[in-house]
Design a protein around this ligand. Sequence first.
Ligand code: ADP
Ligand code: MG
Length: 590
Amino acid sequence: MKRMLNEAPNFREEMIGGYVAAYSNILRRVPGASGVIANSAPAPGKVGVVVGGGSGHYPAFYGLVGDGLASAAAIGDIFTSPSGEQCYRVAKAADGGAGVLFTFGNYSGDVMNFGMAETRLIAEGIPAKTVLVTDDVLSAKPEEADRRRGIGGGFFVFKTAGASATRGDSLDTVAELTERANRRVRTAGIAFGGATIPGQPDPLFTVPDGMMEVGLGIHGEPGIRVEEHRPASDIARMLVDVLLAEAPRDAGSEVAILVNGLGGTKYEEMFVLYSGIAPLLEKQGFRVHDAQVGEFVTALDTAGCSLSIFWLDDELKTLLDATAKSPAFTRIGPDVAVAASAIGKANAVATQLHAAVEDFTEAIMGEAAAETPGGVAGLAARQALAHAQAAVAAIEQELGRLDAMAGDGDHGAGMVRGLKAANDELGDLPLFGGTARQAFTRGGTAFQNAAGGASGALVGAFLIALGSALPAIDDEVKADSYARAIANGLATIQKLGGAQAGDKTMVDTLAPFVAALQQASERTGDIAQAWREALPAAEAGMQATSEMVSKRGRASRLGERSKGFPDPGATSMYEILKAFGRAFDAKQGQ
Ligand code: ADP
Ligand code: MG
């Protein structure tokens, strides 16, 4: 696949550079962060609306930064959530004194990383709230609507947030209206072919001849099911039926419509699709107040599209009609009046995951960076991270391939980026003078800031939690300290991500390893020996993920289609544990 590309790792930076250069009349770069902010932001006394996520989705999310829309966007690597640090810097720049509303798609990587930013703002006294976009009806059943992911319909949610903030509504009101918009938008989509990541030879998935994927993801995830390809009018009927069956309870008959192209579908084809949709809605008694046909959330060059229905009420209609100007969407409408709405109900979207992120972020904010001279344990820990980087880099492609089976193919790249940052942070091996505790907490923080995605947040948190449970003095680090520390790492992953053993995640490698290490460290005080004895349990746990159905993360939306291959996160975790073991062994031999 030929792409406009220099070096693949520089793609995001160069893309942001060109974007900011082209639209400097509307927005600028956030200094020191991979994000952009509207020239009109921060607006004194107004709520800052922060959107974001991985890149590869243009015009989501940064194409919607401007007047009357989002104030700022944090931009991750392709299909990868920006790190907590990046989200924090962008949000901080967007605060005009009335607080920050975060709104983005419900993906665990984004939830964790933006969640950390939100917690840090609140700790600094800046009010902040989050509204997750959950419009994809095909990604989870109605009983589990809050687990649904965010796709094309996010446009209406962001437009609502931006208009509400622009008219000067309070943070509570902006959050309430944004959440209301999300509750009233539903999306369903189909795909004919997968996207190819710049620098990669093959698409993330292919669709067999004569077939189409139903229930598309926007990160190259395959669809929820495969069906026979049909004419546009049949697809129109199927999408309309799926969405109307999910109409919100207090729906009403006035709607806005979005036909969203995924990047590889022509506008003309979408108009053909809409020619089938409009009469169906009319026949069912709907009045289409506003229809948008075009690209709003893409997934690189994915061939496919989605239909969103947004059930309006008077207030949502006012906000949708309001003037907006951004590189990707401009509307001349009535200027919204200064806040009058008095909807005081608190934003209820904070999920359990979100609460856990809060606890964790508060805990690590206190971790001091003080230098304590290290000993043998510090050197072994430093070596462990160096070995882990080499081991994961050796299977980077394979991890990407596993992740592409049910996810977005970025796991190998993200893990290598994180481990490289951790090792860069700690400097040259012979010069490293810190303790084991410092190696893991500092390395983990650097990992978390660089890796992005779900695994960036989780593996970063794991390393930090592991480190912070080790003794402050290297001489006190024994086999049982590692058993406790790694158990703390596992507990943190589970608290943040909510995964149990059997959910097909990195927890399936780690949980049996923690139990085995605990037992082994009761038998021997030798770390290397205990680690060696515990590794087979980790390997068995990793292998068992092949037969599991994913219950967490991106892959969980695919149900039975996530079966038949090992989980990428479980695989990389096993490589990391093995690499740590080699470092402890080497120390032993000295
Ligand atoms: P992303 O899903 O954001 O693209 P990666 O591809 O880097 O992130 O990582 C995917 C891996 O992360 C999965 O294979 C799984 O092991 C792990 N993972 C995802 N969500 C969770 C979770 N909630 N709890 C534990 N592990 C998770
Ligand atoms: Mg991934």
